[in-house]
Write a protein that binds this ligand. Structure first.
Ligand code: UGY
Ligand code: MN
Length: 263
């Protein structure tokens, strides 16, 4: 079953997809073709696993549609850190430290020793982007619960360019072994150079359209797509579209940080 479009049965067109999987290099997943994964603990939720170790990622990423009465009472803990971002709708979220109601743009980071739970709230379905990863401990430092709404985070000019901006979700603190960010490109904006770095990314496109360079290919991407980039995958993009009509290109992405190479 095509999960996000709910389409069943034959289609009029020839079978086709924009999804491409190059394990241990990069992966592009378009929404059409994603399936529901039955995962213990999720009640009244449609859950799709996007990034995972099966493609080379050190983390797992999910899109979760939370229906009325939907919940999960325990995600993470036991060495697994969790980051939850509300793409749409509303959920209540808590761990042993904090309890909040999050709306669109809301986020919650729960450290490796604290399982997190969420439950549907408000009207209509909620849509969550969820990240889990085994925490990389560092002697003398610890991560802690962080929550808020991205609308309250400052947009910073991105690497000296005046038409692209970044928001960082987690504090600059060696207690954190990863961070989540949102990048926003006005139409026509781009990265200043093709990045090549050791960190991996899982990336979910929130709005707009772009041409993304992944290794040695340029690929069209748009709202609803998911991209995984493995270590050292060359990467950059241009935001495209008709100014005034199209939305800016924005995506939320994870990046590991603050640790030396394990040898
Ligand atoms: O932070 C980053 O590495 C980010 N600029 N990468 C990316 O957008 N592909
Ligand atoms: Mn990057």
């Amino acid at each position: 079953m095509g999960y996000l479009n709910g389409q069943l049965g034959y289609r009029n067109e020839l079978l086709a997809t924009r999804s491409i999987v190059k394990k241990e290099n990069w992966v592009l997943l378009e929404p059409d073709g994603l399936v529901k994964n039955a995962i213990p603990g999720y009640v009244n939720c449609d859950t799709t696993i996007l990034g995972s170790p099966a493609m080379g990622a050190s983390f797992a990423d999910y899109i979760v549609t939370v229906h009325e009465g939907g919940k999960n009472d325990a995600i993470g803990g036991d060495g697994i850190e969790t980051f939850l971002y509300v793409v749409d709708g509303s959920v209540s979220v808590k761990n042993a430290d904090k309890e909040v109601v999050l709306v669109k743009g809301g986020y919650f980071y729960s450290p490796e020793n604290l399982p997190l739970s969420f439950a549907h709230s408000g009207e209509g379905d909620a849509k969550l982007y969820l990240y889990r990863r085994r925490y990389d401990k560092l002697e003398g430092y610890a991560a802690y619960t962080v929550t808020g709404n991205e609308a309250d985070l400052e947009w910073q000019e991105y690497e000296g360019m005046t038409n692209c901006y970044i928001r960082d979700f987690l504090p600059k603190d060696f207690g954190f072994d990863m961070n989540m960010h949102i990048l926003k490109f006005h139409i026509g904006a781009s990265h200043g150079y093709i990045e090549t770095h050791v960190q991996q990314h899982g990336m979910y496109f929130l709005s707009g359209k772009g041409m993304y360079r992944l290794d040695d290919e340029w690929l069209p991407v748009q709202k609803g797509d998911y991209v995984f980039m493995d270590a050292y995958c060359p990467q950059a993009c241009y935001a495209v579209g008709d100014e005034g009509i199209e939305e800016e290109l924005t995506y939320i992405y994870s990046k590991d940080c603050n640790r030396d190479v394990a040898l």
